[in-house]
Design a protein around this ligand. Structure first.
Ligand code: ASP
Length: 341
């Protein structure tokens, strides 16, 4: 690993926060302060450099513009480093990792997101372990090629494909899950890579960092008692291009005549509707029940086993790349970055 160089990009999040002694509130501070708390970093036989977003952000503040900046930082530094670690708050980490997986086309180096549930300055912090292992994974090579050339999240003792993860735990250190895809690595005494689950790009072209996302989308979560007013209001948002419909089970929604008629109307005026299940595990299959089949008949697209975070990121990405609904709908049937099975 001697000659590897890693760029640690600090965007903010709990990992780098300090607690106000009076109010107890956590807020982000700069990375120079943080790195003083981890003298272990000096023991790596690696060249580690850092880049900080100013100001550092609680990840609840992160938006598509910041995803584009993160992708640009990677692009600008791509030839100088062997791997990248992004320190990020856990709240929206799964969204950011999903977005970066789409924005970075032809990626062939590791981009490892990590953070922590307790700030680095706290005695029981999980941040030190997460950061040190994320750096080790970002630098890991075999035959001079990176072992994990993907956008990932490393947390506690697992490495996940970024666009397969969801934050599910506020309390415990194992904050993330990837219910529809195996872990890319597990760490204990050793780091055990699950090579058959990792995507090794064929001969990739040059890295391309896309610079556009389109946020004219909505998420419509179906629930018992959902009203016509709510559904009507969503489908009539000015400039709306797409709706991610979070349905029950295998992709089912009520057969209420007003619901079907509003949804049919939305599709016919050119709004793309993507069906994503509210369940954490499994896939949409609109052929299973009448309540799913009617959506398919109207022209609603299947999200298969995509997470809500990846669906949102992929939709924003595709809407910004293409104006053709036909093309976008076709691309939702394909895995672009390993986001669906
Ligand atoms: N609110 C914090 C954030 O997402 C939580 C965390 O980092 O775990 O920035």
């Amino acid at each position: 690993m001697g000659s590897s160089s890693i760029l640690v990009i600090y965007t903010g999040g709990t990992i780098g926060m300090v607690q106000d002694p009076e109010t107890g509130e956590l807020s982000p501070v700069n990375f120079v302060e943080i790195s003083k708390k981890i003298p272990e970093l000096m023991r790596f036989d690696l060249n580690i450099e850092t880049f900080s977003f100013v100001p550092p952000l609680d990840s609840a503040e992160i938006d598509p513009e910041i995803w584009i900046r993160m992708a640009a930082v990677i692009k600008e530094n791509y030839s100088l480093f062997d791997g990248f670690v992004i320190l990020h708050g856990t709240d929206t980490m799964a969204y950011s990792a999903s977005a970066l997986s789409f924005l970075l086309e032809n990626l062939d180096k590791p981009v490892i997101f990590t953070g922590s549930q307790l700030p680095l300055g706290m005695l029981r912090t999980d941040g030190k372990e997460n950061l040190i292992t994320a750096i080790e994974i970002a630098a890991a090579k075999e035959n001079n090629t990176p072992i994990v050339p993907e956008v990932c999240i490393f947390f506690q003792n697992r490495l996940f494909r970024g666009n397969r993860t969801t934050k599910y735990n506020v309390e415990y250190f194992n904050a993330f899950r990837s219910d529809n895809y195996p872990h890319l690595a597990e760490t204990g005494v050793n780091i055990r890579y699950n090579r058959s689950a990792i995507i090794y790009p064929p001969e990739t072209g040059k890295l391309k960092a896309h610079t556009r996302m389109n946020s004219n989308i909505a998420i419509l979560k179906i629930f018992p008692g959902i009203t016509r007013e709510l559904v009507y209001a969503i489908y009539n948002i000015p400039e709306l291009r797409a709706v991610i419909m979070e349905t029950y089970g295998a992709g089912n929604a009520p057969t209420l005549p007003w619901f079907i008629s509003l949804t049919r109307g939305a599709v016919s005026k050119g709004i793309i509707i993507l069906n994503v299940t509210q369940c954490a595990t499994g896939s949409v299959d609109m052929t299973q029940y009448k309540t799913g089949k009617q959506l398919q008949d109207i022209g609603v697209s299947s999200g298969y086993d995509i997470t809500i975070e990846a669906a949102l990121a992929k939709m924003m990405f595709l809407l910004a790349q293409s104006t053709s609904n036909k093309e976008i709908r076709a691309l939702f049937n394909e895995s672009l970055r390993g986001e669906i099975n």
